[in-house]
Design a protein around this ligand. Structure first.
Ligand code: SF4
Ligand code: SF4
Length: 226
């Protein structure tokens, strides 16, 4: 899932300083699961903002709304009747949701209340580990299911580098060396030949915005037309 963290309150205060009527919009999907931007976090943020602005004797009227997914225009429609009453929107969704909100209401300032960090797995409630950076050409088949782009500090596709300290990464003694882990995973599976094969450089498909059209898209409409 996509993981995000609430921005420091001072930064959020700064972004709403010119407004006195703001709608805070949460998302009930990834950011709710990772405790960053669901309905509970929306209420908590509004409470903090309200208290902080009261101390400054600059009252701030705050509304709150949380949609099922901010990254889906279908769910944003329910905000239409609310948005017109506010000067700005404060979004607690990931960067995708924030941009979809901004696209739907182009005449309203849409301000992020969270920093989006990436795609992570759940270790526990409140503990998330990044595992994928959406490179667009997945290499897990030859790396024993360990992502070198995310787990290696240098994102090496042909590791390890010369600085590996055996088990640990040269950049951080607490961080396992991804290629050490890959080596042992492949060895345990009898697939060490993978590590000898040269892997060509990544094409970094994630450096440009990508649009994915799945084969099943429009299938029902197309079959009805036929
Ligand atoms: S190789 Fe690319 S797609 Fe596969 S897990 Fe790593 S970043 Fe994600
Ligand atoms: S020590 Fe290992 S994880 Fe760290 S940069 Fe080198 S190959 Fe990558």
């Amino acid at each position: 899932m996509i993981v995000a963290q609430k921005k420091p309150l001072q930064e959020i205060m700064s972004s709403v300083r010119d407004y006195d009527k703001v709608l805070t919009v949460g998302c009930e999907t990834c950011v709710a699961v990772c405790l960053a931007g669901g309905s509970r976090e929306v209420s908590m943020l509004n409470w903090e903002l309200s208290a902080a602005r009261s101390l400054q004797e600059l009252p701030l009227e705050l509304g709150e709304a949380t949609v099922t997914r901010q990254c889906d225009q279908e769910f944003l429609a329910e905000l239409d009747p609310l948005v017109q009453d506010y000067q700005a929107l404060l979004s607690m969704a990931c960067g995708v949701g924030i941009q979809f909100l901004a696209e739907r209401y182009p005449d309203k300032p849409v301000l992020p209340a969270v920093d989006t960090s990436g795609m992570s797995g759940n270790r526990d409630v409140g503990w998330y580990e990044e595992r994928c950076r959406g490179c667009g050409r997945c290499v897990l088949a030859y790396t024993g299911g360990i992502c070198p782009i995310t787990m290696c500090a240098k994102g090496l596709l042909n590791g390890p580098c010369g600085g590996t300290n055996g088990e640990f990464c040269e950049t951080n003694p607490d961080q396992p060396c991804a290629w050490h882990t890959i080596y042992h995973r492949l060895a345990s599976q009898g697939r060490l030949k993978n590590i000898i094969e040269y892997q060509p450089p990544q094409e970094w498909f994630n450096q440009v915005p990508r649009t994915i059209i799945q084969p099943g898209y429009g299938y029902e409409e197309n079959t009805q037309d036929a």
